[in-house]
Design a protein around this ligand. Sequence first.
Ligand code: PAF
Length: 280
Amino acid sequence: MTEILRQKPALRARVAAWKRAGERVGVVPTMGALHAGHLSLVEAAKAGCDRVIVTIFVNPKQFNSASDLENYPRTEDEDAAKLAPFDVDTVYVPDPEEIYPEGFATQVSVAGLTEGLCGSHRPGHFDGVTTVVSKLFLQTGADRAYFGEKDYQQLQVVTRMATDLDIPVEVIGCPTVRETDGLALSSRNLLLPPEARAAAPALSIAMRAMAEGLLAGGEIGALRAQAEAAVLGAGFETLEYLELRAADGLAPMTVVDRPARLLAAAWIGGVRLIDNIPVG
Ligand code: PAF
């Protein structure tokens, strides 16, 4: 049975013993509702580290809507069952006061990278992410941390944060895992009504078509308009953003003259989905 720890002192004692033995510790931070995307991070951590900690904490500070926080799936028993075959060393499910004790008054905030894309549509979201992730890095003392490229802006922000704060952790991005129809795996997919789930792959299909058009030298405005029409025509309620950004640093781009990423967020069936793909 995988060990579940809920308090910092127990976690610290475990990690201290591993470090004394010269072992490399990896962490996979999650909010639970684990799917094959998370499990691919666990596999990468197992391959790259001697010890692996998976953290599960639904972080209230990164939700900018009370109903989103309330509806977020919480599936601890199923998560433990999914992790069992991977034989991770510890699952850390901190009690809320281990993360935000009485009187907690600090916020970690990254400038620049958090402006635009999800940052424009989810005020305070990235401050919540960087605050909790910095705490998880420090509490676990991990040498390596594994994040999915599916949350590409988050990956860039967390990498910047660790560098800027001299947190001695190597942040490793791992490829997005998709359903066979192309839908990027996300815990939020569980919330999609059946009709919306059936239509949801239209987002990645439209993004791939736009990426191909850009690489063929097409004009970004026209390609974006076609992609938006395809997404809305398939049943999405809104396309929040669909933007071409530099793969490193997320600067806005209009032509593919260096490695780029197409990033999107869109609503379907009352659920907000995000996706991104490499371009060039
Ligand atoms: O990607 C997530 O699941 C969360 O944003 C994270 C990194 C676990 C922080 O709460």
